[in-house]
Design a protein around this ligand. Structure first.
Ligand SMILES: *[C@@H]1O[C@H](CO)[C@@H](O)[C@H](O)[C@H]1NC(C)=O
Ligand SMILES: *[C@@H]1O[C@H](CO)[C@@H](O)[C@H](O)[C@H]1NC(C)=O
Ligand SMILES: *[C@@H]1O[C@H](CO)[C@@H](O)[C@H](O)[C@H]1NC(C)=O
Ligand SMILES: *[C@@H]1O[C@H](CO)[C@@H](O)[C@H](O)[C@H]1NC(C)=O
Ligand SMILES: *[C@@H]1O[C@H](CO)[C@@H](O)[C@H](O)[C@H]1NC(C)=O
Ligand SMILES: *[C@@H]1O[C@H](CO)[C@@H](O)[C@H](O)[C@H]1NC(C)=O
Length: 195
């Protein structure tokens, strides 16, 4: 009995270590990029971008759409302006993140495709490409970043009402539930894998 309890305890302990590691690992690329972008902005005497959860939610939806597309010299930051892919599900993404076009239209979505997300290349894909136009802009004050496979998406928020990315309070509750489901999913996949 005690042995069983100990095993459960050890499994739970392992699980929490594993999931902390996992989250930390996939957050790394995003944290790195934000830090890199903010040093770039500091070198231009611009304010640092603050992390925006709602923009991050939208970035996740976008990254999910991009992830199966291969990197070419016409994707990501090399895209010819005006030829960016348009996702018909975009309104659904906004709804999923409890956002509204009226508070997101001044924002900017910047997808980049870099094989294996090599950090130095990821950063220069933003700071030394056509995207620098946005990073140089004082009106952008926040950012949400998400990555999937070779794709990393930055969503910039602005200090205007059309770029605030605010949502209503009930939306916050829903994302907490989302997180709980995600944790449950992690727990279940662990036990499935372990069995
Ligand atoms: C940033 O500010 C410093 C001190 O005010 C100034 O010396 C420097 O030239 C500025 N750099 C840019 C890129 O504006
Ligand atoms: C992109 O790649 C294609 C084929 O690999 C090449 O023909 C074209 O010149 C490249 N374009 C640019 C802008 O590098
Ligand atoms: C969302 O935007 C529409 C107009 O595009 C507006 O009528 C509606 O009130 C907005 N909803 C919220 C919750 O802001
Ligand atoms: C962007 O990433 C690609 C790899 O997908 C790389 O070939 C290219 O040099 C990078 N561009 C910049 C400006 O760093
Ligand atoms: C952004 O600012 C940097 C540094 O001043 C400059 O090299 C770059 O050309 C600017 N980007 C755009 C698109 O103007
Ligand atoms: C937005 O930020 C820019 C640069 O910091 C500032 O000049 C402008 O007044 C701000 N606008 C609002 C509405 O806060």
């Amino acid at each position: 009995m005690a042995c069983l309890r100990l095993r459960t305890l050890v499994s739970l302990l392992l699980l929490s270590i594993l999931s902390i590691n996992r989250t930390a690992k996939c957050d790394d690329e995003e944290e790195n990029l934000l830090r890199g972008i903010n040093s770039y902005r500091a070198s231009l005497n611009l304010t640092a971008l603050t992390k925006n959860e709602n923009a991050e939610c939208l970035a996740e939806q976008m990254a999910d759409q991009f992830k199966n597309q291969p990197c070419t010299n016409t994707t990501g930051s090399n895209t010819v302006p005006g030829t960016e892919p348009v996702f018909s599900k975009y309104p659904n993404f906004l709804a999923k993140c409890h956002l509204n076009l009226t508070t997101t239209q001044d924002g900017q979505i910047l997808p980049a495709c870099v094989p294996n997300l090599v950090p130095s290349l990821v950063l220069t894909n933003f700071t030394q490409s056509q995207y620098s136009k946005y990073l140089n802009d004082t009106k952008f004050t926040g950012a949400g970043i998400s990555s999937e496979d070779n794709w990393i998406v930055v969503v910039l928020t602005a200090n205007t009402s059309g770029g605030s990315f605010v949502n209503d309070k009930s939306a916050g509750l829903v994302s907490t539930f989302g997180l709980i489901y995600y944790c449950l999913f992690l727990v279940m996949s662990f036990f499935l894998l372990a069995s």
